[in-house]
Unconditional design. Structure first.
Length: 449
């Protein structure tokens, strides 16, 4: 037993940290920076992206089809090229987010070359920083790596635009490599498997680089790389209000260095209410697949969903993970695109039945919510409903789902940091109201009972 065990820290944890819930409503506190109708508190203006999911009319929130635009371009249009010779889009999307316009072929080639040139890590970094004291979470390794790269920057505290761009491009380039190396370091430490360290291949896209470094035999199908490229595009950006991007802007407003800001964003994305939610989705889907004997029977699927909503199944929270979103109401454009490509990848494979099950969950959940809770709120599948399924079809381990999200979102984080540096110009400092009002008299130590 440690000395801390003798304190009241454990027994009084809930009591000491509990705030009377009436205080929140009485002071009109925007809990979670949300308005009473669920909309987000307006905290800024951005030119980077627009996340649209509803309309406002006379103070009422009206459900609408979802749309996501990067720098004014609809996500559907950016991914519309379905030709057999289709190029990879992620680098083009990253360029658009960072520079504000679509590149010419020459500009894109130059941008790709700049990313390609920075994949190398400092000498000895893998052995000393990734393989040593490897933690069980790859997201923690990514955050730690981001902080440690500060020590290898000759001028880490510079806020010069050139330095900001160089750091962003280096992390955009290196995070995928660190992710794969961390995956094998983790398996070597905790599962006793071999440490595989493939060299990256010059000239490969980000999606190709990830697959070629991840696969032991370095083999992948072009369709797999294109699907992974689509997933990176879907996760590259999602407005300034999502938790990890807002975290980036908060730390940037404090005028901290880029490594610290991006490390904090990685820590935020790990959260189970944010990027880490995809782990909950996969776990729920696995339990449902085991519990439901006939996946094509709507009644049996709906019955199990009802058990989840009644807090009788899965994690007893009453949440059907993969359904619902803070902004999207009728549809999540990322989920629609992900489902469309998943249908192509699953066609003619044993995965088809599994995909139909997830489509049934998407279709039946609003009905279940209505029958169990009487809810009439518009609800759609979010991108996590299908993203884990797509990754699993490609043989990508579950532990890499959120890190892949992070590798893609690095582009959006950097764009928002740049914008905050140029246009924010004020440290973010919201107010917290003290719940107590009376001054407590001080009692000397020996007189306390």
């Amino acid at each position: 037993m440690t000395s801390a065990d003798t304190f009241e820290l454990y027994e009084r944890f809930l009591d000491v940290n509990r705030v009377d819930q009436s205080a929140f409503s009485g002071l009109d506190v925007k809990r979670g920076l949300r308005n009473a109708d669920g909309t987000g508190v307006l905290a800024g203006v951005t030119n980077i992206s627009n996340v649209h999911g509803y309309l406002m009319s006379d103070g009422e929130r009206i459900p609408d089809e979802g749309s996501l635009r990067y720098r004014g371009y609809d996500l559907y249009d950016l991914l519309a090229d379905d030709s057999p010779q289709k190029r990879f889009n992620f680098e083009e999307v990253a360029y658009l987010l960072l520079l504000g316009h679509l590149p010419t072929r020459e500009q894109l080639d130059s941008f790709i070359a700049a990313i390609d040139a920075q994949r190398e890590l400092p000498d000895g970094f893998t052995a000393s920083m990734i393989m040593r004291d490897t933690p069980p979470s790859i997201m923690n390794i990514l955050a730690r790596t981001c902080l440690l790269l500060y020590a290898h920057d000759p001028d880490p505290e510079s806020r010069d635009p050139r330095h900001e761009v160089r750091v962003a491009l280096s992390l955009l380039s290196r995070l995928p490599r660190v992710m794969v190396l961390s995956h094998y370091a983790q398996r070597a430490r905790y599962q006793g498997e071999s440490m595989i360290m493939h060299r990256f291949r010059e000239g490969e896209s980000t999606a190709e680089t990830i697959l070629s470094m991840l696969r032991p035999d370095r083999a992948y199908e072009p369709a797999e790389a294109r699907m992974l490229d689509v997933m990176l595009c879907l996760h590259a950006e999602h407005g300034g209000g999502n938790n990890s991007t807002f975290t980036t802007r908060v730390l940037t407003s404090a005028d901290t260095d880029p490594y610290a800001a991006y490390s904090a964003a990685l820590a935020s994305l790990k959260g189970r209410r944010h990027g880490g939610a995809n782990q909950q989705v996969c776990a729920m889907q696995d339990e449902l697949k085991a519990a439901v004997s006939r996946w094509d029977d709507d009644d049996e699927v709906a019955c199990y969903l009802e058990r989840i909503v009644r807090k009788e199944a899965f994690d007893r929270t009453g949440l059907i993970y993969g359904m619902g979103h803070a902004v999207y109401t009728k549809s999540d454009p990322r989920a629609r695109i992900c489902r469309r490509f998943a249908q192509r990848l699953a066609q003619g494979t044993p995965f088809e039945a599994e995909l139909r099950l997830y489509e049934s969950i998407e279709r039946l959940t609003p009905q279940v919510m209505s029958s169990v809770r009487g809810s009439t709120k518009a609800m759609c599948a979010n991108v996590d409903m299908y993203s884990g399924f797509v990754y699993r079809m490609m043989g990508i381990p579950d532990s890499l789902h959120t890190p892949l999200f992070a590798c893609a979102r690095m582009a959006g984080w950097a764009a928002h940091r740049f914008e905050e540096i140029v246009s924010g110009r004020r440290i973010m400092r919201p107010a917290y109201k003290a719940a107590f009002s009376e001054r407590r008299p001080y009692v000397p130590l020996d007189e306390r009972s």
